[in-house]
Design a protein around this ligand. Structure first.
Ligand SMILES: NC(=O)c1ccc[n+]([C@@H]2O[C@H](COP(=O)([O-])OP(=O)(O)OC[C@H]3O[C@@H](n4cnc5c(N)ncnc54)[C@H](OP(=O)(O)O)[C@@H]3O)[C@@H](O)[C@H]2O)c1
Length: 288
């Protein structure tokens, strides 16, 4: 389990609906932010600090994909020196429209991460999901991934996701989808996934960063103090985590100080119904 100092209450973890194991409620995305030139020493040093802060702050889930350029190779280089025995939940994706290529692509991802198995393997953007899910089930049987999931983002393919949930829920542990105060279209699907026993991973929790750039012009509201939030980033993540279907949010960043701000959402109270309603109205006013 996570290492926590005795002086501070344990960070927020969420139990997985199917297995009961507990994951940190804030994880780390790697799209764009970890797609760097591996021979660029300064860029690598900055990602090393991101990962050090992440594990030191009890973060667990790291999400990547073959779509994210060099991200998986960068993780493979840096996880060993930064983890220091901390728990890692390794999540990647299969991302090819050709079902027959999935097996080799996932094997390449495992080699990039330098791991014997993934914790979670997801079908990226529902590409060729029927074929890939067959391969993923075999991977699970062979012990090369523990859990299976499907993803979409940016509000796209929601009809198809609904069909997948209706047909495949018993074989899945996770759905990953875009959700934030500026994009609440996924709420019905998130509820449906939770009702069917799936965990829900939230991607693009900051709308790719645009949400925080807009909120940065505004003072934090009084409710932030009640929730022990000192940044808009933590407040936004707490608003997302207070939606009951959510298991984990996966903000991406290039900066160690931003990792610390984001992991702060795992400390102090989550918004109750009144506080969440007040925040929902505030976000609608500020960004609507
Ligand atoms: N279909 C899919 O499966 C799918 C699609 C999209 C995303 N994803 C996953 O979801 C992850 C997250 O989504 P995303 O990367 O698109 O966007 P995001 O996490 O909503 O936003 C990332 C941006 O937020 C900024 N940021 C992070 N923390 C901050 C803080 N505390 N203060 C100010 N700015 C902050 C980062 O800039 P700095 O570097 O300056 O911190 C970065 O530019 C991805 O990385 C990926 O792993 C999956």
């Amino acid at each position: 389990m996570t290492n926590v100092s005795s002086a501070r209450p344990a960070p927020l973890e969420r139990a997985l609906p199917r297995t009961g194991e507990r994951w940190s409620a804030v994880g780390l995305g790697t799209w764009l932010t970890f797609d760097i030139n591996i021979s660029d020493a300064d860029a690598m040093a900055a990602r090393r600090e991101v990962l050090r802060s992440f594990f030191a702050g009890a973060g667990m889930l790291i999400d990547s994909s073959p779509m994210y350029g060099t991200a998986e190779q960068v993780l493979g280089e840096l996880l060993g020196p930064t983890r220091a025995g901390a728990p890692l939940v390794a999540a990647s994706k299969v991302w090819t429209p050709i079902g027959a290529l999935g097996d080799a692509q996932m094997a390449r991802s495992l080699a990039f991460w330098r791991l014997p198995r993934f914790d979670l393997m997801q079908v990226h953007n529902l590409l060729a999901w029927r074929e890939h899910l067959k391969t993923l089930r075999r991977w699970k049987d062979e012990g090369r991934t523990r859990l299976l999931g499907v993803t979409t983002s940016h509000g796209s393919k929601h009809d198809e996701m609904e069909r997948v949930l209706k047909a495949e829920s018993p074989a899945l542990e996770f759905m990953q989808i875009t959700y934030s105060p500026v994009d609440r279209r996924a709420e019905p699907l998130m509820q449906m996934a939770a009702d069917r026993g799936l965990g829900v991973i939230v991607n693009r929790p900051f709308d790719g960063g645009a949400l925080l750039r807009r909120l940065a012009r505004e003072p934090l509201p009084g409710v932030a103090r009640e929730l022990e939030c000192w940044t808009w980033a933590a407040l936004v993540l707490k608003w997302e985590l207070a939606f009951p279907p959510v298991t984990c949010v996966i903000p991406a960043t290039t900066r160690a100080d931003h990792v610390t701000q984001n992991l702060a959402a795992m400390h102090g109270p989550l918004p109750d119904t009144r506080q969440r309603a007040a925040l929902t109205a505030l976000f609608a006013r500020l960004i609507g």
